[in-house]
Ligand binder design. Structure first.
Ligand SMILES: Nc1nc2c(c(=O)[nH]1)N[C@H]1C(S)=C(S)[C@@H](COP(=O)(O)OP(=O)(O)OC[C@H]3O[C@@H](n4cnc5c(N)ncnc54)[C@H](O)[C@@H]3O)O[C@H]1N2
Ligand code: MOO
Length: 402
């Protein structure tokens, strides 16, 4: 089926590329201690000032030897005992050293023999086989060499990165300050949880979804609150948000009805660059700027808000936060369902079950429980009919929400 009923809709890939071009890295940085750095984005790199490990050391409990001097069957005296944390003395000629895992290899030794491979004898130790130079020795700098840049600028620090930075002796790091992201909820029908629900009203779930999404990204939500469905109220709220935040996200009011004021309001105080995408859910998404501050108008339907945040706002925000290489893992997995061809690229809420993707029964964009139930999104390209067994791209929420 041709997409002639959706003229002018922007394909996802085109919109994402334009967004990433628009994303300017925030210049605000701060210094934090290593224990507070997980999830933060490194703003300044430094070269390692030490080798890791700092010296050659043993990877086994056993005996440190000069490999060339070992003859199987001969008794060798044990001249010293080397434990981790204490500097050894040089190996005495014709002798070996008792050594433990992590202890420094004495000068004059170049190999370690595991204790299971030796026989203890009166006055020393006997080796059963010739010894290979270098065996069970972890060389100084085998992990990191002095002068190496271990973690590049723009890395969102994961536990292993923190460990690597600790191993090179860093106590504090320069990281980008968390982005402040304003959240506006448009709609006269919205009521906060905890309030009674009158006729015609609905609880505001998008605000809480967005706050949770932003917190998971280590960003700071700035709640502007509910905005009445009027042009003046929308303009006022947008201007207030532009004063307080690095990026603005609104939900609702971006479609084409008379009560949808967001686009017109943005155009009065800024401009819109992107509007209406060839995706489902999320068609009416708008992107622009207000007084230079980037603005996302996400569609109000709760599943549309979540999906468009994950696939469009999130990569934009992560770029602004300074992340250089975003690598979300995706998988190719067989569909366990049939879906008729659609005119927009669809993001179906699915679970991974028995090696195939199972779709939530009701994919309506007002049904947020579809996302709560799902493990992630299956991407169905436009104009393609999906039969059971067809391979689809699966974007797990573990990646999209992290
Ligand atoms: N004539 C047309 N009508 C619509 C079109 C279209 O192309 N032509 N597009 C539809 C699509 S697709 C979507 S998506 C919606 C999005 O519209 P808006 O972004 O203007 O959203 P609203 O109308 O304000 O709200 C939609 C829906 O979501 C509920 N909502 C809104 N905010 C919240 C919130 N914070 N928490 C919970 N629920 C919320 C709202 O009550 C509505 O039910 O437009 C279609 N219409
Ligand atoms: O594009 Mo809308 O988000 O499907 O309901």
């Amino acid at each position: 089926m041709a997409s002639c009923d959706q003229p002018g809709l922007i394909p996802y890939e085109q919109a994402l590329a334009e967004l990433l071009r628009e994303a300017q890295v925030s210049a605000k940085t701060e210094t934090v201690k290593l224990e507070h750095a997980v999830g933060r984005v490194l703003a300044e790199q430094s070269a390692a000032t030490v080798n890791v490990p700092p010296a050659d050391n043993s990877s086994m409990d056993g005996y440190a030897v000069d490999a060339a001097s070992i003859v199987p069957g001969v008794i060798y005296p044990i001249s010293q005992r080397v434990v981790a944390g204490h500097a050894p003395s040089a190996l005495e000629p014709g002798a070996v050293a008792r050594i433990f895992t992590g202890a420094e290899i004495p000068e004059g030794a170049n190999a370690v023999v595991m204790q299971e491979a030796v026989t203890l004898a009166p006055g020393g130790v006997i080796f059963g086989e010739p010894v290979r130079p270098g065996q069970y020795v972890r060389k100084a700098g085998q992990d990191i060499k002095r002068g190496d840049i271990v973690i590049p600028v723009g890395t969102r620090l994961q536990p292993a990165d923190i460990g690597v930075l600790a191993s090179t002796g860093n106590e504090c790091l320069d990281v980008f300050k968390p982005l402040k992201v304003a959240i506006l909820s448009t709609g006269d029908e919205l009521v906060d949880p905890g309030q009674p629900l009158e006729s015609g009203q609905i609880y505001n779930s998008n605000r809480y979804v967005l706050m949770a999404l932003l917190k998971k990204l280590g960003m700071e939500p700035v709640v502007i609150g509910r905005v009445q469905d009027s042009l003046d109220a929308t303009v006022d709220a947008l201007l207030q948000a532009a004063e307080l935040a690095d990026c603005i996200i609104s939900t609702g009011g971006v479609s084409v009805g008379e009560e949808d004021h967001v686009r017109q309001a943005v155009e009065m105080v800024g401009h819109i660059n992107i509007w209406r995408l060839k995706i489902k859910p999320g068609k009416p998404l708008a992107f622009g700027r207000i007084k230079g501050i980037p603005f996302f108008g996400l569609p109000g339907n709760p599943a549309s808000t979540l999906v468009t945040f994950c696939i469009l706002a999130r990569p934009f925000l992560l770029s602004m936060q300074g992340i250089k290489h975003q690598r979300d893992l995706s998988y190719r997995l067989p569909a366990g369902f049939y879906r008729a061809a659609g005119s927009r690229q669809e993001y179906v809420r699915v679970r991974l079950d028995g090696g195939e993707l199972v779709a939530f029964g009701n994919q309506n964009s007002g049904v947020l429980s579809s996302a709560s139930w799902a493990d992630g999104l299956a991407v169905i390209p436009s104009e393609i009919e999906i039969s059971k067994g067809d391979m689809l791209t699966f974007l797990p929420f573990t990646e999209l929400l992290g």
